[in-house]
Design a protein around this ligand. Sequence first.
Ligand SMILES: *[C@@H]1O[C@H](CO)[C@@H](O)[C@H](O)[C@H]1NC(C)=O
Length: 366
Amino acid sequence: MFRNFLSLLSLVAVAVALPGPEDGASRTDTAKRATCTVNSVSSASSLSDCTDVLITGFTVPSGETVTIAAASGATVTMSGDIIFSKTTASGPLLTFDTDNINFNGGDHNINGNGALYWDGQGTDGGVTKPHPFVKLKGYGTFQDVTVLNSPAQAISVGTTSTTVIESVTVDNSAGNAGGLGANTDGFDISASDLTLSKVTVNNQDDCTAINSGSNIVVEDSTCIGSHGLSIGSIASGKTVSNVKFARNTVTGGLYGLRIKVDSDATDASVSDVTYEANTVSGISDYGVLITQSYPDNDGTPGTGGPISGINFSGGTTTVSVDSGAYTVVVDCGACSGTWSFADLDATGGKGHIIAANDATISGGTY
Ligand SMILES: *[C@@H]1O[C@H](CO)[C@@H](O)[C@H](O)[C@H]1NC(C)=O
């Protein structure tokens, strides 16, 4: 009797839970779905009701792109790799566009199959390479994912509010073979109120390139074989302010720490950049380069993108460079203020060249 009563109850529950045919449409329109599974391109196309998204492993065919546009505040997780076939689509191939997202990749890969494109020419020529590979829009937290073998630039960060990117890896190490990987920037950043923490980049171009934005922290991160932790290149109309690089390790590659302003930039600026307790080693060309001559390293600097407030403070940043490299080059056409290099300890190579314009640089070893 009791069991019958229970069965009756569950039947009633099912009847209540299942919408009748006449009111089904309105119910699904208004209700947030519990968990939405993304296991194909088409299943990723209508996530706006989803507060919980599970991305299982799947392969994206040529010509297709994927955008994860879930409900504001959604949790998005991965339980397998997303693999992109060699494609005719242009980048970004994968876009996250969810406000207040809580993304966790579960240490799975977003695989761009870069080796199918790499020809040593990057985005300057040769095979057409979709770029960027991954685009972060919206805002929130992004954790525990590896972006593997991007055709060219890996992750473009264009978030619109406070964002933390933590324990995210860009692994283009396979592109070192034969010098085939090029322009494989790790993080290209045009965003404010952003923290990169414990990220790892192994690539053939900038580890980070901060192109515009303010209130940006890069901390406890690792760059291997890259063109270093960069601000810029700064183009006309772009400003970067209040950036801190703390406790990062840069190993190998052409540059360690770099600020590069286009020589022809106008209405641009870089201000208030602090380097704190970083470890830079094995650099072949420039340990620290602050230049307004870009694309030249040390040339005829422009004056339309002034630089101010550059400090090495809060803990020693050590820089050790290879025999043919400069420790520090400052190539200013328009720089100002008092820059404390007290916590910079740069050694090796063929010394420094300082042309600081109106800036006063104090302290430090280089
Ligand atoms: C840089 O150091 C100078 C001199 O110590 C100081 O006046 C200035 O406030 C510092 N700037 C930043 C951004 O920390």
